[in-house]
Design a protein around this ligand. Structure first.
Ligand code: ZN
Length: 227
């Protein structure tokens, strides 16, 4: 189900393709720069497994770069511009045919760019999706906090520095409000360690539950696209 693992005679012609989109961006002192990408890949993998025997689903190689400016004060942030992202996504769609975008990086310029392509998008910032997710996610104080860190713990626990995570104090930052107020970097928002929310409360169990919910949402979307 990973397109890149197949040899060409084995590629089904009628597949729905999933494009996992993430970022390379600081996620606290405890979680990997690839957090958003890992989450998108985890959702895609589960949805493809769930639909096996029903719909041909192929997971494309993930896009590890996004429009990521808020974290630029920290080492490890690698950003691309809106036009680059838009071109990449639309050209991939022209090549493969049926395509669903699966995004886990929520900087507004990233989300707006993906929406503007008009392609099917698992958009977790839409209310009908967001209201099914955890309290921390809904609070908007959730960068590298409990929500995201739990998801990484579910799939790649070896990438989370548990010793650092356990001593991080809860940090409440209403990111949507801060963004509306014109703050465009983590430090200005009060995130001097590139996180908000409550990473110390993370668990692999919560991550697995959240993955289940996210997978349900994506499976529904894929069925709509395939119909
Ligand atoms: Zn993230």
């Amino acid at each position: 189900m990973n397109l890149g693992d197949l040899a060409y005679p084995d590629v089904p012609r009628d597949a729905v393709h999933l494009l996992p989109l993430g970022a390379t961006e600081p996620h606290g002192p405890h979680a990997p720069l690839s957090t958003d990408t890992l989450i998108s890949v985890g959702i895609c993998k589960r949805a493809a497994e769930q639909l096996e025997g029903e719909i041909h689903v192929l997971v494309l190689p993930a896009v590890p770069y996004g429009v990521t400016r808020y974290g630029s004060a920290f080492p490890g942030a690698v950003s691309i511009g809106e036009e680059t992202l838009r071109s990449l996504v639309t050209e991939v769609a022209e090549t493969v045919g049926r395509l669903v975008l699966v995004n886990s990086h929520f900087e507004p310029e990233q989300v707006e760019t993906l929406r503007s392509t008009g392609l099917p998008l698992l958009d977790l910032t839409r209310r009908k999706n967001a209201e099914r997710l955890t309290e921390e996610f809904r609070s908007g104080s959730c960068h590298a906090g409990r929500y995201e860190t739990s998801l990484v713990l579910a799939d790649r626990p070896e990438l989370v520095h548990a010793d650092r995570m356990q001593v991080l104090e809860e940090r409440h930052v209403d990111m949507p409000a801060a963004i509306r107020a014109g703050q465009t970097d983590f430090v200005a928002m009060g995130m001097d360690e590139a996180y908000c929310g409550s990473p110390a409360d993370s668990s692999a169990e919560e991550g697995r539950e959240t993955f289940e919910t996210l997978t349900e949402m994506l499976v529904t979307l894929i069925r709509e696209v395939a119909a």
